[in-house]
Design a protein around this ligand. Structure first.
Ligand code: FAD
Length: 265
């Protein structure tokens, strides 16, 4: 397999850095090819602005969606963004690795998504009509590839359980897993999450590393989270509402978009 790991931590000597090395070593031992984008080390520019669209006239109003579409179509995106798109097309598996910061990803990684997931590449793909609402949620440019998150969290696992005060981890990660990865077509594997990591020592590190190695060994065979496909018949078109017969009328929440039950590993 060809694996692309996007690493979003400012310090290579961090726990995240150590886990990244564990993951790479195991993947290479399994014969996989690995490429890494180290966002902080590479000085990744995280904000979308005019500089992203060199062909936009200086006096033209910047409309990010339109500028993204036009630049992608004209192959006029910036060199750094084009390099990341080329890596995404090369890889059959994408890993996003980050510490949980304010219940989400660090800004630099969000900025990587904002800039690299261009219109025509990751969204705005396929026919949009009353019969079809694009190729997304299980279809799209990146369909057939796998993706997963490696996340470290200071909080306790119990605090992220279904009834935990922080909210369930699968809910907190839903916007990333479903909204960012499943949207352009990836099969999304259950996330690897390491909890209570802030006071970790060697004794605590060993079982986390062992669990991560196991996830790297089973990257090709782990069943993806069973999200419903947008164009698989479960949603009405064009309202994009889940068909009423597929869930209790009073049911709410992200779980509606699962065919079965999702789980963290
Ligand atoms: P590090 O700080 O590098 O290390 C953590 C511990 O692991 C240290 O004790 C270190 O000595 C040890 N360690 C590192 N490498 C090794 C090794 N090779 N072997 C053995 N031990 C090692 N947490 C939440 O749960 N929810 C949040 O919303 C949240 N928001 C945050 C927002 C911000 C801005 C920040 C800074 C932190 C937040 N946290 C939150 C905590 C955060 O998730 C953790 O600090 C982070 O996941 C720890 O990962 P790290 O790589 O930075 O660890």
């Amino acid at each position: 397999m060809k694996v692309l790991l996007i690493f979003a931590h400012p310090e290579s000597r961090s726990l995240n850095g150590a886990l990244r090395d564990v993951a790479i070593k195991e993947l290479e031992a399994q014969g996989h090819e690995v490429r890494v984008s180290d966002l902080y080390a590479d000085g990744w520019k995280s904000e979308v602005d005019r500089a992203d669209f060199p062909t936009l006239a200086p006096d033209a109003r910047l409309i990010p969606v339109a500028a993204s579409k036009k630049s992608f179509e004209a192959d006029a995106l910036t060199k750094d963004v084009k390099a990341e798109i080329e890596k995404l097309l090369w890889a059959d598996t994408l890993i996003l690795q980050f510490p949980l910061w304010w219940f989400s990803m660090p800004a630099i990684l969000k900025g990587w998504v904002d800039r690299v997931f261009a219109y025509g590449f990751a969204y705005g793909v396929g026919e949009h009509s009353d019969q079809r609402w694009g190729d997304r949620y299980g279809e799209g440019t990146l369909a057939g590839k796998r993706a997963m998150l490696i996340v470290t969290a200071g909080g306790w696992e119990e605090h992220y359980a279904t009834r935990g005060v922080n909210g369930a981890i699968d809910d907190l990660l839903f916007p990333i897993n479903h909204g960012i990865l499943y949207y352009p077509g990836y099969d999304v594997l259950p996330p690897f999450v390491a909890y209570s990591v802030d006071r970790l020592d060697e004794t605590g590190f060993a079982p986390i590393a062992a669990r991560l190695r196991e996830r790297m060994r089973t990257l090709a065979t782990t069943p993806p989270i069973p999200y419903r496909r947008q164009n698989g018949g479960d949603y009405l078109i064009p309202s994009m509402q889940l068909r009423p017969e597929l869930a209790d009328p009073g049911a709410t929440g992200f779980g509606l978009h699962l065919n079965g039950t999702g789980a963290s590993g």
